[in-house]
Ligand binder design. Structure first.
Ligand SMILES: [Zn+2]
Length: 247
């Protein structure tokens, strides 16, 4: 009996140590609450909601989940209040952690003109450089923006390799988040797809943009529901970190 107890404690100790080690491989989680300040994002006048506020509330819950459960990971918020931040500024924050092991999660709330058919579901987007169309729009975006310094690093072989790794990791992160967000919110997954959104295209760390649900969904007004959404994202990050030993 004593030996059994001792073994059990030993196993518990080893698994605790291993899990600490595994999570310790990731050093920084950057949370990006979409929109803010003069940019409200999606608006639902009937419910009196602005996307920027919902995104920030979910981001704050997510930050507290990470800090409680993984205190050894540094949490960075691109904005902590109702401040306007350009997409370039958000990306620059992400890219200031290239030398750390970091991931970037942008939080958004969806909207649709077709209010009847699109009130439920989760969408997660990640960067995929293998899609010609996306690569083309990414290059166009570079040409038309003040981010020319990003373009210089895209062509060389090392950048191509880094891009490939970013794509694989971003996709895996997105799939894990969509899955656990769907379980927590009981909302269907509409899609986990490659996209050329600025905040998933330019960070040089694994990046995803999460549309947690639709703004016209009344549940989004409940604090408990927003907490659930944050928990879903948190558990998705956690299962990604547990599965991935690449970091
Ligand atoms: Zn948005």
């Amino acid at each position: 009996m004593f030996i059994f107890m001792k073994c059990r404690w030993m196993i518990l100790f080893i698994s605790f140590f291993l899990s600490i080690n595994l999570y310790a491989k990731i050093e920084v989680i950057i949370i990006d609450p979409g929109h803010g300040g003069k940019d409200p994002g999606a608006v639902d006048k009937k419910l009196g909601l602005q996307e920027k506020d919902i995104n920030l509330e979910i981001a704050i819950y997510l930050k507290s989940f990470i800090e409680t459960k993984m205190p050894f990971i540094k949490v960075v918020m691109t904005r902590k209040d109702d401040t306007f931040l350009s997409l370039e500024e958000r990306t620059k924050i992400a890219n200031s952690y290239i030398s750390s092991k970091a991931i970037f999660v942008s939080i958004h709330t969806n909207s649709s003109v077709d209010k009847k058919n699109y009130t439920e579901g989760i969408e997660v987007f990640y960067y995929d450089n293998s899609l010609e169309k996306i690569e083309e729009s990414r290059m166009n975006e570079i040409k038309n923006s003040d981010t020319k310094n990003f373009s210089n690093t895209l062509q060389d072989p090392i950048s191509i390799m880094i891009n490939e790794k970013l794509k694989v990791d971003s996709k895996a992160l997105g799939e894990n988040i969509a899955e656990s967000l769907s379980i927590k919110s009981k909302e269907p997954i509409r899609r986990v797809a490659a996209n050329s959104f600025f905040v998933v295209s330019y960070p040089m760390v694994p990046s995803v943009l999460v549309e947690v649900g639709f703004i016209m969904n009344k549940k989004i007004t409940e604090q408990q529901y927003k907490k659930k959404l944050a928990k879903g994202i948190f558990q998705g990050i956690l299962s990604f970190l547990k599965k991935e030993s690449k970091f």
